[in-house]
Design a protein around this ligand. Structure first.
Ligand code: HEM
Length: 223
């Protein structure tokens, strides 16, 4: 049991600190419409395209980050999503999927932040790693089920590869290990740095929320 002098496990701190932001993301207009099966497949394809930019930034500097004492232990080839997203985009947008694919303003801002941190503050990058990959392994599975049902994608097939972690045999065990690594990372940081990482995690959620808002503006639903 943690004694009063010991800080709460960092995994708990991150989850608790971002729970309001998580709820806001889940309840955002775009996500509610998606979860309610009310969006057309082009909105889903657009979301997938935006995620391609995000994961390219998240994964672009993995080789350098792998050697970092704090971020390094989280760099895991089993998580890589870029190739899976590209398979989905080929299905959703065709062989020329890259043509005409542009980041929304909110996506560009999100990417810029991730790139900045991957290059200059790996502990801050970790906040983004946590926000996306642990989310994909969790709520992402709900989104996959809805996408398969709404747009008729083959189960775990083309269109939803992004949500399928072929190399993570046991997601619950993987998440347990991931949280243990977060706890170890928290112990390696001083209090000021821990707080900065927590703030960055909230920012990561806010940046995701902004992408949803941009997408919502592009695919408005009348009531
Ligand atoms: C839109 C619908 C969403 C649903 C239905 C959803 C659902 C969930 C659920 C059920 C969990 C708990 C899983 C568990 O206890 O293992 C979870 C965890 C998580 N979600 Fe979401 N989520 C959504 C969106 C998002 C978004 C947009 C993000 C961030 C970009 C996100 C980030 C996370 C993270 C980081 C966790 C792990 C929390 C932790 O245990 O530390 N989620 N989500």
């Amino acid at each position: 049991m943690p004694s009063p002098e010991q800080p709460a496990p960092f995994s708990t701190v991150l989850r608790t600190a971002s729970s309001e932001e998580h709820e806001a993301a889940e309840q955002s207009s775009f996500m509610s419409h998606l979860l309610g099966g009310r969006l057309g497949v082009e909105a889903y394809a657009d979301l997938t395209g935006q995620l391609w930019f995000v994961y390219r930034a998240l994964e672009g500097r993995n080789a350098e980050l792998a050697d970092h004492p704090v971020a390094g232990p989280f760099i895991d080839p089993a998580l890589l999503r870029s190739a899976a997203i590209e398979r989905d985009l080929r299905h959703l947008r065709g062989p020329d999927w890259r043509t005409g694919l542009e980041p929304l303003p909110a996506t560009a801002a999100y990417v810029a932040r991730v790139e900045e941190l991957a290059a200059g503050w790996p502990a801050g990058y970790l906040a983004h790693h946590y926000t996306r990959y642990l989310g994909d392994l969790s709520g992402g599975q709900i989104i996959r089920g809805i996408a398969e049902k709404t747009w008729g994608f083959e189960r775990k097939g083309d269109g939803v590869h992004f949500y399928v972690f072929e190399d993570v045999a046991n997601p619950a065990a993987f998440k347990r290990d991931y949280r243990a690594k977060l706890d170890a990372a928290g112990l390696a940081l001083d209090e000021v740095e821990r707080r900065r990482v927590v703030e960055e995690c909230k920012r990561a959620f806010t940046l995701n929320g902004a992408v949803f808002r941009d997408l919502d503006a592009r695919y408005p639903l009348s009531a």
